[in-house]
Design a protein. Structure first.
Length: 287
C-alpha cells in the first residue's frame, strides 16, 4: 500500500536524526503503533483535496489514520507536502496515545491547542528535515515563516479560519483570573473592549481579503466567548450591576447577538469568495 511506502520514506527522512526531539519522538512513537497494527490506514472518499487529505479518528472498529484518494494519487517520493501532512496527523496520534481517555472528548479550546501543537511540529519538521533537501511548497514556507513571525496566527487565519491570537487573549485572561491577578469585572471590560475593536476593524475593511481576515477574528472571538469557562450568559447578567459604566453594560448585553449577526451576514454575502479563496490556496500554495 502507498501509505506504507510513505511511512518508509518518512523513516528515511527522519532516521536517527534528533535535531528536533519533538519531531523524532512523535515519529518513533507513532511508527511503532502503526507497525504493531494498533492504528490502521483507511481511505476516506470524502477527503477530496490535498490540504485536507488526511485525518485521525476512532470508532467502535478501531483507530484510523484516514487518507483521501487524491492524497494518494498525487504522492511521489519527492513530494514534501505529503510528508508534512502526514507528520501533522502523526502528532494527533501521538497526543491520543498519551491522552486516550480525553483526546476525543476535548473542548473546543483543547482541540484548537492540539491543532496548534500539530502545526508547530509541522514547522519544525519542515525547517529541520525538509528545507534544503526538498523543493518545498509555498504553503510549507508559510508555515515556517508564520511560526517565526507571528506564532502561526496568519497561517491559522489563512488555512484554518481561526485566529491563534484571539485564542491566546482568552487563554491569558483565564490564567490571570486563576492566579488572582484580575477580577471578573476586569475580564468583562477587556472582552467588551476587544469585541468593539474587532467590530470597528471589520467595518473599516476596505478589500475582500482584509474583510475575510477580520471575519475570521470575529468568528474566533465568538467561539471562545461562548465557551469561555469564566463567562456564561447567566454570569454576565449577574454581574451587570457591578459594572458602573452604562456603556459597558449596554455593549455586553449586545455583543453576543452582534457576533452572530456579523458571522451570518458575512457567510451569506461572501460564500463565493470563501469557496474561491479555498480553491486559490489549494492551487497556489501547494506549488
Amino acid at each position: 500500500m502507498i501509505c506504507n511506502e510513505i511511512m518508509q520514506n518518512l523513516n528515511k527522512i527522519i532516521g536517527n536524526n534528533r535535531i528536533s526531539e519533538n519531531v523524532y519522538n512523535v515519529f518513533k512513537t507513532t511508527e511503532k503503533l502503526i507497525n504493531d497494527n494498533e492504528v490502521i490506514f483507511k481511505i476516506d472518499p470524502n477527503m477530496k483535496t490535498l490540504l485536507n487529505g488526511m485525518g485521525f479518528t476512532k470508532n467502535e472498529n478501531g483507530i484510523f489514520l484516514l487518507v483521501g484518494q487524491h492524497f494518494l494519487d498525487t504522492y511521489n517520493k519527492n513530494s514534501s507536502i505529503h510528508y508534512t501532512i502526514l507528520i501533522h496527523e502523526l502528532k494527533h496520534l501521538y497526543d491520543y496515545s498519551i491522552n486516550k481517555d480525553t483526546f476525543f472528548n476535548s473542548t473546543e479550546k483543547e482541540k484548537y491547542f492540539y491543532e496548534f501543537e500539530a502545526k508547530t511540529i509541522e514547522a519544525e519538521f519542515i525547517k529541520y528535515y525538509l528545507m534544503g533537501k526538498y523543493d518545498i511548497t509555498k504553503c510549507e514556507k508559510l508555515v515556517v515563516d508564520s511560526l517565526e513571525k507571528d506564532n502561526l496566527d496568519f497561517y491559522s487565519i489563512l488555512f484554518q479560519r481561526v485566529s491563534r491570537n484571539i485564542y491566546l487573549i482568552f487563554n491569558e485572561l483565564e490564567n490571570e483570573y486563576k492566579n488572582n491577578k484580575i477580577t471578573l469585572d476586569n475580564i468583562i471590560r477587556e472582552l467588551v473592549n476587544s469585541a468593539l475593536l474587532l467590530f470597528d476593524e471589520y467595518t473599516k475593511s476596505n478589500d475582500d481579503f482584509t474583510k475575510y481576515v477580520n471575519f475570521v477574528k470575529i468568528k474566533s472571538f465568538r467561539n471562545n466567548f461562548e465557551d469561555f469557562p469564566l463567562i456564561n450568559n447567566q454570569k454576565l447578567m449577574d454581574n451587570f450591576d457591578e459594572i458602573p459604566n452604562d456603556e459597558y453594560r449596554y455593549y455586553l448585553s449586545n455583543i453576543y447577538s452582534q457576533l452572530y449577526d456579523i458571522i451570518d451576514n458575512y457567510k451569506k454575502d461572501n460564500s463565493n469568495y470563501l469557496i474561491n479563496l479555498q480553491a486559490y490556496l489549494e492551487n497556489e500554495y501547494l506549488k
